[in-house]
Design a protein around this ligand. Structure first.
Ligand code: AMP
Length: 296
């Protein structure tokens, strides 16, 4: 794990808050061999308990070993003193869920203090581009035998030119607390993204990640709606374990809904694998804009 000196990190402003601690935009010196300073996102952990310090260390080791163009880049840690800090590349458009909502039909902006409709929602080819990149990141995770357990658009980040990366590895449970369901004492589960076997037996596998990818596709094509938003947590559990699946979003072509259904096969072995999914999405994305128009 790379160590970064505290005096090389200059906090600029808060970006968000996770269960883990606050996230800041910062300038970091002596990180890039070509630039003397660069923008980074830093995650902080204040007053860590011994257990939290251990988790932090494990997390940092794990992140150091995951490197791919669609996984957010991890630069290192700063552990001299308090708070503990993790340094990541800065993704200027923030998390994908917020981004989808901001580029959907319900998005409004303030012009001279007056609410105005934004112009232009995301189109089909942009949605496919987003989905393909997440599938690519997941293909890498699967090749590393890494099971994520919490794939959702809130855990993906958006950079310049619609670059999307998987960006969070189990530290994002606060802002989106309604997306998680508390079971027993401390365990928070993202039930709306989980297949029956994970809900019933806490079984998490590469195949359960594929189920979650199907839900990510649904989130993309609904501009960031919460899955089963009309149901309470206990109703969601009942619904998923009984075998009901999410409906086709209004703007979603049949070809894409078929991928979702392939992710939501009850039997984990029957589900599409992430490589197949990537291939289909990639091919759809390369189809001519006219064909995409017809699909949409
Ligand atoms: P997290 O604790 O990862 O859920 O982060 C909380 C919020 O901080 C996210 O929802 C993002 O809006 C923001 N954030 C986290 N990491 C980054 C990053 N690398 N670049 C830009 N914004 C980020």
């Amino acid at each position: 794990v790379q160590h970064i000196k505290r005096r090389d990190i200059l906090l600029m402003r808060e970006l968000g808050e996770g269960a883990f601690g606050k996230v800041f935009l910062a300038e970091c010196y002596n990180l890039s061999p070509t630039k003397d300073k660069m923008l980074v996102a830093v995650k902080t952990l204040k007053d860590p308990t011994i257990a939290a310090r251990k988790d932090f260390q494990r997390e940092a080791e794990l992140l150091t070993n995951l490197q791919h163009e669609h996984i957010v880049k991890f630069y290192g840690v700063c552990v001299d003193g308090d708070p503990l800090i993790m340094v990541f590349e800065y993704m200027k458009h923030g998390d994908l869920n917020k981004f989808l909502r901001a580029h959907g039909p319900d998005a409004m902006i303030l012009v001279d203090g007056q609410p105005r409709q934004t112009k232009g929602d995301l189109g089909l080819s942009q949605m496919l581009h987003i989905a393909t990149q997440i599938a690519s990141g997941m293909m890498y995770l699967a090749s590393q035998h890494f099971v994520h357990r919490d794939l959702a658009t809130r855990n993906c980040l958006v950079g310049a030119s619609l670059l999307v990366k998987i960006g969070d590895f189990g530290m994002s449970r606060d802002v989106y607390s309604t997306d998680y369901y508390r079971v027993g004492g401390h365990t928070m589960l993202p039930i709306r993204w989980m297949p029956p076997e994970s809900i019933m037996y806490r079984k998490f596998t590469t195949e359960s990640d594929v189920w979650s990818f199907g839900v990510i596709l649904w989130e993309i094509f609904t501009y960031g709606k919460q899955p089963w938003f009309q149901l309470s947590n206990t109703e969601v559990i009942e619904c998923i374990t009984q075998g009901r699946v999410l409906e086709r979003p209004r703007v979603c072509p049949k070809e894409v809904y078929d991928i979702m259904l392939g992710c939501w096969q009850r039997e984990p072995q029957q589900r599409l694998n992430i490589k197949e999914i990537y291939k289909i999405l990639h091919a759809l994305g390369k189809a001519s804009p006219i064909y995409l128009d017809i699909l949409g």
